[in-house]
Design a binder for this molecule. Structure first.
Ligand code: B12
Length: 210
């Protein structure tokens, strides 16, 4: 079996096949991070492309989300854990109007495995809730996930509120999600952006070292 077969099974919404291929990959000793990134996430990207091409519709998009989450749950116990001192505290969630939770959950898992204390806030989270939770948990970093062009402005809102409240230096803000980019992060005054969960860990470590 190959990792591409996992991506293909996810993309073609073949749940049992996808789960069995993931199981085989784990047992075959394939790097679990690679199984997630090059297998499951690549499959989801394929679903996104078919959705854009109007070959798949919302039902397929939802099914794809469910299948991927089941596959990710199977891999999660095998992801490598990094023991040691607490690396920092992060509150993370999907911004107001955004219901995509697979991406930020993966980021949360990777951060936890790398020694961060992570508080997952959920989806559709108003700007002030991020700030209240960051204060409550004495967080170092606020992670904002946005997958839609229409929800990215809600990341700006968090940065603007922090600035208005004089808290911009207290919390680092990072953003991520399909339609985000380094340029967009810089334009809104966020402290960083990462393409994926592995990049998010590097970014948080860098910000904590500052
Ligand atoms: C699955 C999916 C859904 C599922 C979500 C299920 C769930 N539980 O999350 C459902 C069915 C709910 C859904 C709904 C919609 N979706 Co949708 N969805 C997707 C799809 C196919 C995959 C997204 C995903 O989870 N990918 C898997 C993750 C793991 O991959 P990833 O993005 O590489 O993740 C990494 C980064 O994003 C990063 N990251 C994520 N968050 C964060 C946060 C921080 C702080 C950092 C540093 C990094 C980071 O790390 C992640 C892990 O490595 C995408 C296609 C795509 N290409 O993204 C469309 C997509 C995002 N959806 C889209 C659309 C249009 C919608 C709907 C509007 C459809 C509709 N007509 O109703 C609704 C909107 C709902 C809402 N209000 O949010 C569009 C967005 C287009 C746009 N330009 O805005 C996309 C791009 C599809 C497309 N090509 O048209 N969707």
């Amino acid at each position: 079996m190959s990792i591409q077969e996992i991506a293909q099974a996810v993309e073609e919404l073949k749940k049992d096949q996808a789960l069995s291929l993931v199981d085989q990959a784990i047992k075959g000793g394939i790097d679990p991070v690679q199984i997630v990134q090059d297998g499951i996430v690549t499959g989801l990207q394929g679903i996104g492309k078919r959705f854009e091409a109007e070959e798949y519709f919302l039902a397929e998009l939802m099914m794809g989300g469910k299948i991927s989450q089941a596959c990710i749950d199977l891999v999660t116990p095998y992801l490598p854990e990094n023991e040691g001192a607490k690396a920092g505290t992060v509150v993370i969630g999907a911004v107001e109007g955004d219901l995509h939770d697979i991406g930020y959950s993966l980021v949360a898992t990777q951060l936890e495995l790398n020694g961060f204390e992570v508080h997952k806030l959920g989806v559709n989270i108003p700007a002030m809730t991020f700030i209240d939770k960051a204060k409550e948990k004495n967080a170092d970093i606020i992670g904002l996930s946005a997958f839609l062009v229409t929800t990215i402005p809600n990341c700006n809102e968090v940065v603007d509120y922090l600035r208005d409240m004089g808290l911009k230096d207290k919390f680092k803000v990072i953003i991520g999600g399909t339609e985000t980019s380094q340029e967009k992060a810089e334009a809104m005054g966020a402290d960083g952006w990462a393409k994926n969960a592995v990049g998010a860990v590097d970014l948080c470590k860098k910000l904590m070292a500052k």
